[in-house]
Unconditional design. Structure first.
Length: 168
């Protein structure tokens, strides 16, 4: 029974990811897109395990305010580890396509053109800020939002949170 619910959760998450990426990509049709950053996932052996050491690809979480901070990390080998929070996913079933899909969504939501820090209007200081960090071979980018005034960030955060298995 547990395997069935885990499989269903993964299928639902994958469906959400596949549904979101094309919608975001269609939203930008007709606009000239700037050069997008290139993501390089670590090389994998024929068995699917990373040749290089395990590396963080995406880290997200909350900090500040009057709530205990937490974060969750997606690693190049497909492991998903929470720090201060429980993650249901633990290990992505097919890490390479899932991580590539998440990184496509990162581009579709214009993550690299977002400001590093956004303070939304009329948000109390005791509310925690949400953040996403993306690690690339050439650079690292962190976006922190205090509030919910960025729909692109909100959508990206919700999908990443669902893929990690963090339910609210």
């Amino acid at each position: 029974m547990k395997h069935r619910s885990v499989r269903l959760s993964i299928l639902v998450s994958a469906g959400v990811l596949l549904a979101v990426v094309p919608l975001s990509a269609w939203a930008q049709q007709g606009h000239s897109a700037p050069n997008r950053p290139v993501h390089h996932l670590p090389l994998l052996s024929p068995t699917g395990s990373p040749i290089a050491s395990k590396q963080a690809v995406i880290v997200f979480g909350i900090k500040g305010g009057n709530i205990r901070p937490w974060n969750a990390s997606f690693f190049s080998d497909g492991s998903v580890i929470g720090n201060g929070i429980n993650v249901r996913t633990g290990q992505l079933m097919q890490p390479r396509p899932v991580l590539k899909g998440l990184l496509k969504l990162v581009n579709a939501e214009h993550f690299y053109s977002m400001r590093n820090r956004t303070l939304c209007p009329r948000v109390l200081p005791d509310i925690a800020s949400r953040y996403i960090t993306i690690y690339r071979s050439s650079a690292t980018k962190t976006v922190t939002i205090h509030g919910s005034c960025s729909s692109n960030f909100n959508q990206l955060y919700a999908v990443i949170e669902e893929m990690a298995g963090i339910g609210r």
